[in-house]
Design a protein around this ligand. Sequence first.
Ligand code: ATP
Ligand code: MG
Ligand code: MG
Length: 372
Amino acid sequence: GATIGILGGGQLGRMLAQSARRMGYRVHTLAPGADTPTGQIADEVVDAPFTDLDAIDRFARGVDVVTFEFENIPFEATRVAAAHAPVRPDGEVLYTTQHRLREKRALAAAGLPTAPFQAVETSAELDHAVETIGRPAILKTAGFGYDGKGQVRIEAQTDLEQAWAEIGNQPAILEGRVDFAAEVSVVAARGVDGSLADFGVIENRHVNHILDLSIADMPLEPAQTAAAREMAAAVMDALDVVGVLCVEMFLTRDGSLLVNELAPRPHNSGHLSIEACPSSQFDQQLRAVCGLPLGSTARRVPTAMANLLGDGWARGTPDWMAALRDPGVNLHLYGKAEPRPGRKMGHLTAVGRDRADAECRALAARAALTDR
Ligand code: ATP
Ligand code: MG
Ligand code: MG
């Protein structure tokens, strides 16, 4: 059988590996660390940093296709890997999406709307950008941000010198703050032949900038749903993505959609597809990168997903029994040893009669974990 190579060792690689092994593939992973969520499921593990190009070279020689589960893989690593095996999505997609400015410019070039933004590389440029864009705004590092890390809110009173110091003097982007009614995402897959499939519009609620709850099938006007899905399709085609990509969007109070950011891989909001759809986002990623036909993303049942952060472990091991008393609830744990606050340890997925019921069951199951 064929072997897929995953760059990255987190939970996204773990769930991809689970799909891959179910379909008879072998899985190799390369990431720093001997005991990673992906490595626990893989057939072979290379413990090396992504900057170790010799290790990347050897790794790529041993696999039939390379994909990634983490967007901060250096472009150079994908170039080295591509000498031996197809890298899907290719390194260009990674290069564009791992840098907020390049990403926003690519979105603009594809004709997709975003919040107003401006590049900021010095404290003087920050002053100027804040004058142009106005307050409130958000200053974000151009690279390496996740779960809201590397972001500073610029409020009416915020001192700009201090904000710039907090970001740490690195290339950044200033974005106008969107007064959104909701956040949504479209997770889409695109095959080697350009075929597309998406999981519809997912509603996302964040707490402290970290995704907290996702619910399938955001009830929008049909034209809005179509627009969101078309935006995702436009991104997939514009970036020539082979694999899975998530488009995070804001639904503004006047009902229009703005793209927030892209993730060139399965996304936390798409985890509910494991229970909700015949082919999950990980099945689709596998199918796409292996050149197989895409599977069905039809939603079988109303579904919601609640994240489990390390905070929930503060008073001891969560009460798994209590959460699983609802037969419509599934537990996913990522095999991370240290439950730190804010760290994604796993998630719960609940199916229900309708969206509200699924949401309610996911929240009740999570509350039951720590209700003792
Ligand atoms: P992720 O974990 O999704 O990769 P991230 O650290 O890359 O997160 P963003 O998605 O850019 O960061 O921002 C995190 C959250 O902060 C968003 O989901 C949204 O709630 C809020 N946010 C970010 N940018 C804006 C904006 N321009 N206007 C309003 N809210 C924003
Ligand atoms: Mg992000
Ligand atoms: Mg985000």
